[in-house]
Write a new protein. Structure first.
Length: 320
């Protein structure tokens, strides 16, 4: 008779920023009446980044310096542990839904939300919840939903009622106790019970930088990090149909000094970003000439600009 027991441990290396999950299998066999314990250990490294490229989702491991193609989809958000990705898929080209895929087993499950248009998953930093946008067709309202990471207890965080209104682009505070969203004119800070804790006018934070429903406001270290229009020269897409637009940049609004400082350098069109921890900003910078989207990392003070990937988008990162 063979007996197996599995002992799960987590350990951190001091030289790389990767979390490892170790599974030790101990098998007892008999040899001439004596028991022999054979130990086999399998160690799996968690992934550090997830991003989208050409309609496909990739996961990247910093330790091995390897990309892994995971699945077709968009809006990937890697879990704080680096073991799962929540992402948006369109099963019939009309609906949008969020699914979670396990990066080791590749098993996928749809979020248990009774809706056919929800997207933009954002994990809480502690990994316990997922926030997202969902659309109510009868009232044309965008609401913010929240669900346990175990795929249970879906509820609506917001209760907008005016036709055509709504809240957009939820983010989390570092303590996982509050969610930030906006309706283009007001920034709302919600508790997990849906109560509004505090509000700010968008104009008081973004100043003269235009925003959209895709703008995200992260609140960390007594400042708002957000993306909005810049004063850079208008960009013209000379390769495509000649579309012209004003580039976005990423900014920090200091709540104490009540001032806005630009984080990303001129010449980079930064319309999407993700905050890792409290100080690392990951962002995509579209290049109209090459039509590529290099992904960078930068500190919230604008220092230490680093190229992560030559081409991609919708970057997210494991929390450290």
């Amino acid at each position: 008779m063979t007996r197996q027991s599995f002992i799960w441990t987590i350990f951190f290396t001091t030289t790389v920023s990767t979390v490892f999950y170790s599974c030790t299998s101990q098998t007892a066999t008999e040899n001439n009446g004596e028991k022999i314990i054979v130990a086999a250990t399998q160690t799996t490294a968690a992934f550090d980044y997830a991003y989208e490229k050409d309609g496909k989702i990739y996961a990247y491991n910093e330790s091995s310096k390897t990309d892994t193609l995971i699945i077709d989809g968009m809006n990937p958000c890697i879990s704080p542990s680096g073991q799962q990705i929540a992402f948006t898929e369109s099963p019939n080209n009309n609906d949008r839904q969020i699914s979670i895929i396990d990066l080791q087993t590749k098993k996928k499950k749809r979020l248990a939300v009774n809706n056919n248009n929800f997207y933009g998953a954002m994990w809480s930093p502690d990994g316990k919840y997922i926030a997202f946008n969902y659309y109510t067709h009868d009232s044309a309202i965008w609401q913010i939903g929240i669900i346990d990471s175990s795929n249970k207890n879906f509820k609506s965080l917001t209760n907008f009622s005016k036709w055509g209104s709504g809240a957009y682009s939820p983010t989390w505070t570092p303590d996982s106790k509050k969610i930030i969203a906006h309706d283009l004119t007001t920034i709302y800070i919600y508790g997990l019970d849906g109560k509004v804790i505090k509000t700010y006018s968008v104009d008081s934070i973004a100043k003269d930088h235009g925003i959209s429903s895709n703008t995200r406001f992260f609140l960390t270290d007594n400042k708002f990090i957000f993306n909005g229009t810049s004063d850079d020269s208008t960009v013209v897409d000379t390769v495509g149909e000649g579309e012209a637009w004003v580039p976005d940049a990423i900014y920090a609004y200091n709540l104490q000094g009540k001032s806005v400082n630009r984080i990303t350098p001129k010449g980079l069109d930064c319309s999407e970003f993700y905050l890792q921890g409290i100080d690392d900003i990951l962002f995509t910078a579209y290049n109209a000439e090459t039509r590529k989207r290099p992904i960078y990392k930068i500190k919230s003070d604008g220092q230490n600009l680093q190229l992560l990937f030559d081409n991609g988008g919708e970057i997210s990162a494991r929390q450290k």
